[in-house]
Design a protein around this ligand. Structure first.
Ligand code: PLP
Length: 234
């Protein structure tokens, strides 16, 4: 039952927050629903979840339509956590509320224009590429400040923090340095006036969200621990 898994994950979030001297309510659980049907999301919504993560624009579009009653009539929000190609900016701006994967000024400009045209303001995070893996997306550390600077001038976007997807490691402790680095970058950006104090840190997945919370995560992206194993490739 999803409701039991939601409760178990929330308890783990609380314990990790307490260990770190943080308040559990300062950590938002983003339920990663990619590959799972809208009915599973309704069940999770009924169990109290409000924020849902998808990694593909097309799937997000379909679910936004299927869940229109909960998006427009209630408070369900969709987060894009996967890579966004700039030719899909228009579609993304229509169906997502938060985009975690902004990694270039060009993409940000397109997204902002599309949001303005749709009469919306999107919350966006900059995905930072700390590991320089060829298969991963994200802005390099050297590109971070100019990108945050560019975001400030865009009327369709509200720049609200940073996101990282560290190299997968079965041993959760191994990813701690990446999470710590993202927090340091947030402090540095805040000191330069490029982010607000306490800006969002989107980090941590099913197998390492507790470590991420100890290192300051404000948004944890949890799929498997809530919905079970994915059968299709994500
Ligand atoms: C799939 C995905 C997650 C969730 O992964 P789980 O291991 O199922 O919790 C988190 N973040 C991103 C970017 C993803 O693509």
């Amino acid at each position: 039952m999803i409701v039991d898994r939601v409760r178990a994950v929330r308890e783990r979030i609380s314990r990790a927050a307490q260990r770190a001297g943080r308040r559990p309510e300062d950590v938002t659980l983003v339920a990663v629903s990619k590959t799972f049907p809208a009915e599973a999301m309704r069940e999770a919504y009924a169990a109290g979840l409000r924020e849902f993560g998808e990694n593909k624009v097309q799937e997000g579009e379909r679910k936004a339509a299927e869940l229109r009653d909960l998006r427009e009539g209630a408070d369900l929000r969709l987060h894009l956590i996967g890579h966004l190609q700039s030719n899909k900016a228009k579609k993304a701006a229509a169906c997502f509320d938060v985009v975690h994967s902004v990694d270039s000024a060009e993409l940000a400009q397109k997204l902002s224009r599309a949001a303005v045209d749709a009469g919306r303001v999107l919350q966006v995070l900059v995905q930072v590429d700390l590991a320089h893996e060829p298969t991963k997306h994200g802005a390099g550390e050297d590109a971070l400040y100019p990108l945050l600077e560019a975001l400030r001038g865009l009327p369709g976007l509200r720049s609200s923090g940073l996101m990282v997807l560290p190299p997968f490691d079965l041993e959760p402790e191994a990813v701690r340095p990446w999470f710590r680095r993202l927090r340091e970058l947030r402090e540095a950006a805040t000191a330069r006036g490029l982010l607000l104090e306490g800006a969002e840190l989107s980090m941590g997945m099913s197998h390492d969200f507790e470590i991420a919370i100890e290192e300051g995560a404000t948004l944890v992206r949890v799929g498997t621990a809530l919905f079970g194993e994915r059968r299709q490739a994500a």
